[in-house]
Each structure stands twice: as C-alpha cells, then as structure tokens.
Ligand binder design. Structure first.
Ligand SMILES: C=C(O[C@@H]1C=C(C(=O)O)C=C[C@H]1O)C(=O)O
Ligand SMILES: [Mg+2]
Length: 463
C-alpha cells in the first residue's frame, strides 16, 4: 500500500514550489493520500465548522462517495455552457501539479457541480444562490471506494510560500474534518406546507395532453413545487444521513451555495464513464409500491404491461439510443425494460452500455442527452418551449445533470430529481411526471405526490 505521510506532503509541496521557478501567478497543487475509514456524512458535517461550502455525492449501490469541502477553483458559465466547461476543465488538467499514485475513481483532480435545467428560462429569486452552471474543485475531497478511503488536498501555492507553514495549515483543517463524534439531530418540524398552484398544474397537464392529442408533440414532462417552512433551520447532514438510510439504489447528492443547499436522492443515472466504458439509464414509467409483497408484485406486473407507462418509457429509450449511438460503439440496450423498485415507488428501467468512440468525452454525452424525454419531452425543442411557457416553476438545477468527474477519465452524472432546495428554515420540493396522450391529470397529480415523498419523509413530513 502506498502511504503518504505528513512529511511526504511537505516534500511534495516543496517540490511543487521549486518547479514553479519564477512563475508569478499561483500554482494549483493536488495531492492525494490514503486515509483511515471515515463516515462521509460525518466528514460533511464536520466541514460545517470550517465555514466552507460543501458538496456531497454518494452512489449507494457502489459504496462510492465523494465529499468536497471549500472551493479552490470554480467554473461558472452562462452561454455555450458545455463547450466552456470542457475547455476550462481541459486547461485546468494541463495546468495543475498532481500527485496521485492511486488514480482511483474520484481522487486527484475532481470537479463536482450542476447546471440549470433550461438556460433559456428566466430566473426567479428562488435559485439566486446558484449560478446557471457551476463546477467546483474543492480544497479537500474525501473519496470512499468500497473500503478504501482517500483524501485529496487541492491548494494554490505561490513561489514564496513555505512548505512547513502550508502543511501546518492543512493539518489544522484535517484535524477538524476527521472528528469522530456524531451528533444525532432531531428532524425539523414542518410548521407550514404549501402546494404551489395544484389546480393550475392539472390544467396545464390537460393543455399538454391536448397538444399531444393534436399531434403537436408526443410527450411533455411537467413538474410542480411544494413549499415547506420549518420550526428551525434544517441540518443538511441529518437529511443526507436519513436519505442514505431510506433510499437504496439511489444517488444521494448535496450542493451548498451560501445559505442554500440543493439536496436529493435520485435513482436516475444520466451517464457514467469509466475510461472508455459508458453506462446510461432509461428511467420513466411509475407506479406505487404495494403494502404487501403480493400487492407489490401485482402492481409491478401491471406497470410492466401498462401501455401508457410503456409508451412514456419507450420515448426515453429511443432518444437515448439515438444519442448514445453518435458517441459510442458496441451499444447494448435490452428490448424490454425491467421493473426497478425504490422505497416509495417503482419505475420501468432499461440499462444502456457502450464504448466511447475516440475523441469524445462525458461532456459530449451530457450535452447530447440533456434533457432526455424523462425530464423534457418529445420532440425536444417543442416540449421545452411548452415547459418554459406553461410551467409555473423555476426548475433551476432540478431535473438537470448533477455529478462529478476526475482527471483519470472517471465521472458520473445523475438527473437531479427527488430533490429539494433547502434554504435555512424553508424548502422547495420538486416533482414531475411524463404526460403522454393517455395521461389523466388526477393520476399524474397523484404520481407527483409520491415523488415528493423521498424528500418529504426526511424533512419530517411523513412517518
Ligand atoms: C420527473 C420526475 O421523474 C421522472 C418521471 C417519471 C414518470 O413520469 O414516470 C419517472 C421517472 C423520472 O424519469 C421526478 O421525479 O420529478
Ligand atoms: Mg409517469
């Protein structure tokens, strides 16, 4: 096992500074070392004391987490967002001084972030704290990969910096981050719960359905908002801990910006890249879980055979198939979906695999796929225009890709659904569903009700 001790970090810093020569501007240095096992949520919670913004990513299925603390570099963009981030990221990789002998996924130079669902939709005040696209390179990153734990330190150094002093400052922060005492916090109490314009939403569903029946479009995804007020400030660490306990088969994420935090537990992978290997997921079509195993299986069988849900799902499969084929060889997509059970509901699910063609990156695939008909519609442009003009909601980062990537060609992005924007003692929860020709506004409304429950439960709204 390669160990990196304090003394070695000092040596590495010295080496990096020496290599700067006469360079006047600061040099970004990234050092990764193995560390003792540490609970990612505890690491996230400890970081609150440092007054640094945090981000959190966990794939519960893979026993994989990345927790970021602080911000040593950030990429913000409005126009040409995918091209800009790709170019900036490439340049950064070339400029940074990296020591990472492990090259494990999510170690070394890693960036985490997200973006607006629709860059053309006018913003309201709700998402004021969030840029339309933001990717951060945290100062400290804890990576958990099964039973291996790594800490990456990203630091800007100047030619006059002293390695011993830099190391001291790093060690002070590390001591705070690796605390062990876990505080059990109470769930917040909801003192006010408001559905935003439910009747108006059902009317919009009706209008969407008419457009679809008049053959203007095939599918339009419509979302709505629930607004909560709590008796006290919500503790995001506790929310994450409860989501991990309750939502298996999900990506648990949190992105903190000033006094806001966008948190969720989404089952929907958009794309994952491991070197050249690519995975994507088609997830659409929904039913509740049954109270007994028998009822559950009956509902699953109905979902599997239901033409309306199969149609909703198939639009996603067709579009992802077409998109992935442009950038991958060896694309494999099963002909029929499977039923994918989650705690509160079940979905139709089709996995997609392929091999990235030379010259393409995860950014090409994200740009191609977002928004899939699981969150936008078919055809894309018309459905996006309909959503932009009719939905009474500022989606912000809801429904858009959130995730991470590293300089070793690993990365994963999920679609930010089953999520909430928490702002101190308030929160907005988001839920949407795919409208097709056979949709019924009341049934779709009921479907969104269940989709609120993963977040509502951990915010004290349901048993
Ligand atoms: C839009 C959401 O979920 C999407 C819509 C689904 C549907 O309508 O059946 C299922 C999964 C997701 O693709 C959401 O949860 O907010
Ligand atoms: Mg649906």
């Amino acid at each position: 096992m390669i160990e990196v001790q304090g003394q070695q970090v000092e040596e590495l810093l010295r080496e990096a500074i020496n290599q700067m020569g006469l360079k006047q501007s600061a040099q970004l240095v990234s050092i990764t070392k193995r560390v003792e096992a540490q609970d990612p949520v505890l690491f996230f919670a400890s970081a609150a004391k440092l007054n640094k913004e945090r981000c959190f990513w966990m794939s519960t299925k893979d026993a994989f987490s990345v927790v970021g603390v602080g911000n040593v570099f950030e990429i913000n963009a409005n126009e040409d967002r995918f091209q800009y981030i790709e170019e900036t990221w490439k340049k950064l990789i070339d400029d940074v001084w990296v020591y990472n002998p492990f090259k494990a996924p999510g170690t070394g130079l890693v960036t985490l972030g997200g973006l607006d669902f629709d860059p053309k939709k006018p913003r309201t005040d709700l998402w004021n704290d969030f840029p339309r696209l933001q990717f951060k390179i945290p100062e400290y990153i804890l990576t958990k990969n099964n039973s291996d734990f790594y800490l990456t330190i990203n630091i800007k150094v100047c030619k006059d910096d002293h390695p011993i002093q830099l190391l001291k400052a790093i060690e002070t922060v590390e001591t705070k981050l690796f605390q062990t005492a876990k505080e059990q916090l109470d769930l917040p109490k909801i003192i006010h719960k408001k559905m935003i314009a439910p009747e108006q939403w059902k009317n919009t569903v009706q209008r969407a359905k008419q457009e679809i029946q008049q053959k203007q479009m095939d599918k339009i995804v419509l979302a709505r908002e629930m607004r909560l007020t709590f008796s006290k400030q919500v503790d995001v660490s506790q929310v994450l801990s409860d989501l991990i306990d309750k939502q298996s088969n999900s990506y648990i994420f949190a992105f903190e910006q000033s006094d806001s935090c966008f948190v969720g537990a989404t089952p929907e992978r958009l794309v994952r890249v491991e070197n050249k290997k690519l995975l994507s997921t088609c997830l659409a079509g929904t039913a509740p879980r049954g109270a007994t195993e028998e009822e559950d299986q009956r509902i699953a069988a109905m979902l599997f055979q239901d033409p309306k849900n199969r149609e909703e799902h198939d639009f996603v499969v067709q579009m992802i198939k077409q998109g992935i084929n442009k950038y991958c060889t060896d694309v494999q997509i099963p002909d029929t979906p499977v039923v994918y059970p989650l705690k509160n509901l079940q979905h139709l699910y089709t996995p997609v695999t392929g091999v990235l063609k030379d010259g393409y990156t995860i950014f090409n695939v994200i740009k191609e796929l977002h928004p899939t008909p699981a969150l936008g519609g078919v055809p894309r442009d018309l459905s996006m225009t309909f959503i932009r003009n009719n939905e009474q909601l500022d989606r912000g980062w809801y429904g858009a890709p959130v995730g991470w990537l590293d300089s070793n060609n690993y990365g994963e992005f999920a679609v930010a659904i089953r999520s909430a924007l928490i702002q101190e003692d308030e929160a907005s929860l988001f839920a949407g569903c795919g409208i097709v020709k056979d949709s019924d506004p009341e049934e779709e409304f009921a479907e969104t009700e269940i989709k609120f429950s993963p977040m509502l439960t951990v915010l004290g709204g349901q048993p």
